[in-house]
Design a binder for this molecule. Structure first.
Ligand code: GAR
Length: 204
């Protein structure tokens, strides 16, 4: 039986290692999603070349060329609609989106955040974790809602914080796990195996 794959766009701002993990996973014949577009808000994002090397269409919507967030988000939305995108994965996309855009994609946009949410929202999460002296840290894939780094949680991964850890060591340990949970979370969403109930994600 042929699977109808969901049409996915990945939004990046930089390195694109999570993007690469999603692209790799989506190559599997039975993966329920295909990555058709990678959009960056930064023309210099390293991930763009990686995506192009995989034969994926890329677009740059440079936030610096727009008067305000509304105009930027409008251009972003049109780029996604022109490609008939059904699901969005934010993967190291470092722009705050307007409530309007987030509402338009509610239930269809995932983000990966490098902490065990609701702990350590915002930036420098590994630094925050080391400062707090927690024994466990990790990453979260969640649906995007207007409130930053919130929204129903699809999947989390936990790693230990070890004696002698630096931000570099800890972030590398977390990143390795990010590359596993993001494709797994996208698979769940694209195959219709989860839905949002109130503030939570439940299995269908
Ligand atoms: C990842 O660790 C991701 O979780 C984080 O940025 C990094 C991007 O790396 N995202 C955020 O902090 C979002 N608030 P990548 O470009 O190699 O995937």
């Amino acid at each position: 039986m042929t699977v109808t794959k969901k049409r996915v766009a990945i939004l990046i701002s930089g390195r694109g290692s999570n993007m690469a993990a999603l692209i790799k996973a989506a190559k599997a014949k039975n993966f329920p999603a295909e990555i058709l577009l990678v959009v960056s808000n930064r023309p210099e994002a390293q991930g763009l070349a990686l995506a192009q090397a995989e034969g994926i269409t890329t677009a740059v919507v440079d936030h610096k060329t727009f008067a305000d967030r509304e105009e930027f988000d409008g251009a972003l939305h049109r780029t996604l609609m022109d490609a008939n995108i059904e699901l969005i994965c934010l993967a190291g996309f470092m722009r705050v989106l307007t409530d309007d855009l987030v509402e338009r994609w509610r239930g269809r946009m995932l983000n990966i955040h490098p902490s065990l949410l609701p702990a350590f929202k915002g930036t420098n999460t590994h630094h925050q974790a080391l400062l707090a002296g927690v024994a466990s840290h990790g990453a979260t894939v969640h649906f995007v809602v207007p409130e930053l780094d919130s929204g129903p949680i699809v999947m989390q991964t936990e790693v230990p914080v070890l004696p002698g850890d630096t931000e570099e060591k800890l972030s590398a340990r977390v990143l390795k796990e990010e590359h596993k949970i993001y494709p797994a979370a996208l698979k769940l969403l694209a195959s219709g195996k989860i839905r949002i109930e109130g503030d939570r994600v439940v299995a269908v």
